[in-house]
Design a protein around this ligand. Structure first.
Ligand SMILES: [Fe+2]
Length: 279
């Protein structure tokens, strides 16, 4: 069976259909990657992949990330949950996932893509949204594109997390502040020739710009990039497989009851190119 797909919205998101044997064979990896990069996020329903199958698929699509989740001891599997008993290392940071962000903006080479499958779902809320940073860039006026092209942005953990916890303690803020910062161009010139905004709540300020102007610019771009025409909202069903291109999209989870036990299993693919400015 060949890979078939249907666009879920005009600018972002496709559903694809493939039988599980063909999916796991790796024979369609090129086509799946092309669809992913073209559409920002792709989903398939009713697959019910095991952890081993999800890992095998991840390996067929790219370079499976092992390092940052080594403590889980499970070859790249990260359990995405607010439950500290399940994932004590990360649960205390996951509230930040409710704000629009790209993953790994603190790294020189941010992750390429992530594969998610649900294990426990909340009866209410908990949908995941994706915003297409390619499309948002493409629609900007030419003079603004030129202006943004020359800018660099500092990404910090405190910028990413403070908006999600304005009543944090001094100790919490100090912990976030202890993480390394990273400067990226505001516009990513991908090897493919496409361009996207490198936008995320982690974007603290524009290098060399007055703080007030920088704040206004980043707020305005965030409002632009998250307009409904650039956003796909995924309502989860058990059995889903979802893959997003982290280099050209932002994502966030909508609020859900903490006691629901909502849990997704995630495997991440390492990035394949640094964020590059215009040559
Ligand atoms: Fe994330």
């Amino acid at each position: 069976m060949a890979l078939e797909s249907t666009d879920l919205t005009p600018r972002v998101g496709s559903e694809f259909r493939i039988d599980r044997e063909a999916l796991l064979s790796g024979a369609h990896a090129r086509k799946i990657r092309d669809l992913l990069v073209a559409r920002g996020v792709i989903i398939a329903r009713g697959l019910h992949l095991t952890d081993d199958e999800q890992r095998q698929l991840a390996r067929s699509l790219g370079d499976l990330r092992l390092g940052t989740v080594k403590k889980e001891g499970d070859e790249g599997l990260m359990k995405v949950t607010f439950d500290e008993k399940v994932n004590p290392e990360y649960a205390k940071f996951f509230f930040g996932s409710q704000l629009w962000h790209m993953d790994g903006t603190y790294e020189e080479v941010p992750p390429f893509a992530t594969l998610l499958t649900p294990r426990v779902l909340s009866e209410t809320g908990g949908q995941t949204e994706f915003a297409n940073n390619y499309a948002a860039y493409e629609d900007l006026p030419d003079d603004e594109k030129t202006f943004l092209d020359g800018l660099s942005v500092v990404h910090t953990m405190q910028a990413a997390l403070f908006p999600g916890k304005r009543d944090c303690t001094v100790e919490e803020f100090a912990l976030w502040h202890s993480y390394p910062n990273r400067v990226h161009p505001l516009v990513w010139h991908h090897k493919s020739g496409r361009r996207s905004l490198v936008l995320s709540t982690s974007a603290s300020h524009v290098v060399g710009m007055h703080p007030a102007e920088s704040h206004d610019l980043l707020q305005r771009l965030m409002a632009h990039a998250t307009q409904p025409q650039y956003v796909y909202r995924h309502a989860w069903q058990m059995g889903d497989l979802l893959i997003w291109d982290n280099t050209g999209t932002m994502h966030r989870v909508l609020p859900f009851p903490a006691e629901s036990g909502r849990q997704l299993h995630r495997f991440t693919l390492n990035g394949e190119e640094p964020v590059s400015a215009a040559a």
